[in-house]
Ligand binder design. Sequence first.
Ligand SMILES: Cc1cc2nc3c(=O)[nH]c(=O)nc-3n(C[C@H](O)[C@H](O)[C@H](O)COP(=O)(O)O)c2cc1C
Length: 195
Amino acid sequence: MSELPSPEKVNALLRSRSSIFPAMYTDEPISDEIIQDLLENANWAPNHKKTEPWRFKVIRGAARQRLADFLGSTYQRVTPQESFSEQKLKKLSTNPIKADTVIAICMQRDPAESLPEWEELAATAMAVQNLWLTATAYSLGGYWSSPGLIAHLGPFLNLAEGERCLGLFYLAHHRAPEIPRERGDIAAKVEWMTE
Ligand SMILES: Cc1cc2nc3c(=O)[nH]c(=O)nc-3n(C[C@H](O)[C@H](O)[C@H](O)COP(=O)(O)O)c2cc1C
């Protein structure tokens, strides 16, 4: 069996993962090999009934501008005037270009519905965590974006029957400073039952 990282190294990796947003991205390129490694690790997520429901669309190079244009025009088309925001439009139509790569996070529902949908959503989220932790190990920054607009991404992503987009994972090298992470006390979320 290959050598496992020490618990201390695992702790450090898990606790240093964070959401890093496009304002902090640099244009240093990410190699195809690294992207492939992220995807390979995503593929090792646990899943019930071996449905392996995660699907990823890797949007790189010129396809990022196509995504930016699609997000911008879709936002303009579907947003009611009273909730329209110029700032939101600008972000949607520039963020994909700030990232080196955008990975659309998708879930393929088991056609036989042999398990509840939530289990496939959970498995896909675990795949994303694998991808995110691997990105952290490579000192890459990223975050899971889930705007309401993802419901309209079908035509852009060529979604298959039963496939659903759960968000966009923005990924890049970055210059974000290390900031102390914040979490509420785990003790408040745990009940020990010993008898
Ligand atoms: C399923 C999911 C969807 C998310 N969607 C968004 C989003 O639409 N916009 C955003 O700014 N952050 C989004 N996030 C990132 C969270 O805001 C972020 O993970 C949270 O603030 C905790 O920060 P951390 O990732 O640095 O620990 C999402 C995270 C998850 C897990």
